[in-house]
Design a protein around this ligand. Structure first.
Ligand SMILES: O=c1[nH]cnc2c1ncn2[C@H]1C[C@H](O)[C@@H](COP(=O)(O)OP(=O)(O)O)O1
Length: 199
């Protein structure tokens, strides 16, 4: 499933696309053995952020592939948005997952996606550092954890979260990550998507 207008492209082929800006975003997550209300497994702590425009996306931003590697640009953007130093968070080429190109206005963009697993303690350190980041309260209104459970009413949790407005193909990147890393069962993902559409 991919947002209409986005097509999969290889990392290598994306570099020869003319007239496209390149954006890199990273999903940071950690295993979380905690239980909500003492009974609902949290499973994973997975970070997204509320942007200045009220949409939800992953941390990251535009990079200039002529001057830097994609990862250099991404790490610069992460430092601006999350305020953490490279000892705590450094995304490398081995964290790269996918690229999708879009010709949708206002500009042609290739969206590169990275996923990095951390310890829960380091993820929490990143959340704390983010409050002091350069972009906090400006381009980024705050980091958020994605609820990965569905409450008894069948809508609260992930289904309700998925009804938010997402930037670009961020929602599809989230679902892709849940699916490919098997963070949730396929049945749980499908149920959350359907319940969100009905809710
Ligand atoms: O999380 C995202 N997933 C996919 N695409 C995204 C995401 N966040 C933003 N975008 C799109 C929107 C723009 O076309 C570019 C760059 O946006 P942004 O991150 O706001 O870039 P700057 O911080 O202004 O460099 O990617």
């Amino acid at each position: 499933m991919m947002e209409p207008g986005y097509r999969s492209v290889s990392r290598r082929d994306s570099r020869s696309l003319v007239g496209y800006k390149h954006a890199c975003h990273a999903m940071l997550f950690a295993q979380d053995h905690g239980k909500l209300f003492g009974r609902i497994p949290m499973r994973y702590a997975l970070l997204m952020q509320m942007r200045f425009d009220g949409k939800i996306g992953f941390p990251g931003g535009f990079v200039d592939i002529r001057d830097h590697s994609l990862e250099d640009g991404l790490n610069r953007e992460l430092a601006e948005e999350l305020g953490c130093d490279q000892k705590l968070l450094c995304v490398t080429e081995s964290d790269y997952r996918s690229s999708h190109a879009t010709d949708a206005m206002p500009q042609k963009v290739v969206a590169h996606f990275y996923i990095k697993q951390l310890s829960l303690a380091d993820l929490h350190r990143i959340e704390v550092a983010a409050v002091h980041a350069k972009d906090h309260g400006r381009e980024v209104m705050g980091t958020i954890r994605v609820p990965l459970y569905t409450l008894r009413d069948g809508f609260g949790g992930l289904p309700a979260f998925l009804t938010n407005t997402f930037i670009g193909n961020a929602k599809e990147q989230l679902i892709y990550a849940l699916r490919t890393l098997k963070l949730l069962s396929e049945e749980a993902i499908q149920t959350a998507i359907s319940a969100g559409q009905e809710g």
